[in-house]
Ligand binder design. Structure first.
Ligand SMILES: Cc1ncc(COP(=O)(O)O)c(C=O)c1O
Length: 319
């Protein structure tokens, strides 16, 4: 947990702290490490020796799963998808996947997150080789992934107590929604007491207001928790998505530059840059008060910076 004084000042308040989940320590870190601790435990308990994970070409989950699988002595199969015509740069996360020697299957996905039966096909290949596959959910966002963010809530509760902090709000990006779901279970089942604000990086608010309560209720049941959110509990914003998943917006490029220049901290173009664009936009709109104490959960993802054009990151030029 780090104070971001210069950023707070640049924005004219509120007090901002960064929860540095980009520094979670394995394979260049990110929020997925917390999810994977629990997902891998389930895979091992089920006797699996090969993790199958899907994501985009610049998937952070795939990169971190490959790194954690190496550390745990497991095999890994990456299934990376993109819409037709999408560039597939051997840079950023994909380069790191290659450096780790991960086995990669590329598929065209229409719509973007529809992997069809490609995961089952890879699982069949793994079985034919005499191994035991475990297919991870999209975004690592089942109940196990949520458990990671319930424990993160407990960790932050201790950090707040140690520093005599009483944050009013936590702001986080939303992709598949697992991190936000876990954090919302954390809010409703502990006395952490902050408001949880989610910034979508791809999906519509309407979609998330339906899918997150469903997923979180399932997570609560599996994890034996009493409380789960309904749509009215959620503060979710989709006005910072821009043209869609992975596309820079003028606001996200500005957010990346502002945080680098104020704090020497790097955000990423797909998730934390848009989440920060949301935090800045909501302060400017008055949705987040200038007298608040806000924790920004930095979920990582910086390797993807290197797969983006310098011009658009540095000047905000249209990519
Ligand atoms: C860097 C980064 N931040 C945020 C997220 C979003 O997390 P979730 O999918 O749990 O909403 C992801 C997921 O891919 C990510 O890689």
């Amino acid at each position: 947990m780090e104070e971001a004084k210069a950023l707070s000042q640049a924005l004219g308040g509120p007090r901002i702290l960064f929860k540095r989940d980009d520094l979670t320590g394995v394979g260049l870190g990110g929020n997925k490490v917390r999810k994977l601790e629990f997902i891998m435990a389930r895979a091992l308990a089920e006797g699996a020796d090969t993790l199958i994970v899907c994501g985009g070409y610049q998937s952070n989950l795939a990169r971190i799963t490959a790194a954690m699988a190496k550390r745990a002595g497991l095999r890994v199969e990456l299934v990376l998808g993109g819409v037709p015509g999408e560039p597939r740069l051997r840079q950023g996360n994909l380069l790191l996947d290659e450096l780790m020697g991960a086995s990669v299957t590329f598929v065209e996905t229409v719509p973007r997150w529809d992997f069809g039966d490609s995961l089952e096909q890879v699982a069949d290949k793994v079985r034919a080789q005499g191994h035991v596959p475990f297919i991870m959910p999209l975004g690592g966002s089942g109940p196990e992934g949520m458990a990671g963010y319930i424990f993160a809530t407990l960790e932050m509760r201790e950090q707040f107590a140690a520093q005599a902090l009483k944050p009013d709000r936590l702001v986080v990006g939303i992709g598949s929604g697992g991190t936000y779901s876990g954090l919302s279970l954390g809010v409703l089942n502990t006395d952490i007491g902050y408001r949880l604000t989610g910034i979508s990086v791809s999906r519509t608010r309407d979609y998330l207001l339906e899918s997150i309560p469903l997923a979180a209720r399932h997570g609560a049941t599996e994890l034996g928790l009493t409380n789960a959110p309904v749509a009215a509990d959620l503060d979710i914003h989709d006005e910072y998505v821009g043209e869609g998943y992975g596309t820079l917006t003028p606001a996200s490029a500005e957010a990346i530059r502002l945080v680098a220049q104020a704090e020497g901290v790097f955000l990423d173009p797909v998730y934390s840059g848009k989440a920060m664009a949301g935090l800045i936009g909501l302060i400017r709109r008055g949705h987040i008060g200038r007298d608040e104490t806000v924790v920004f959960l930095h979920t990582g993802g910086q390797p993807a910076l290197f797969a983006y054009a310098a011009e658009s990151l540095l000047t905000g030029a249209r990519p």
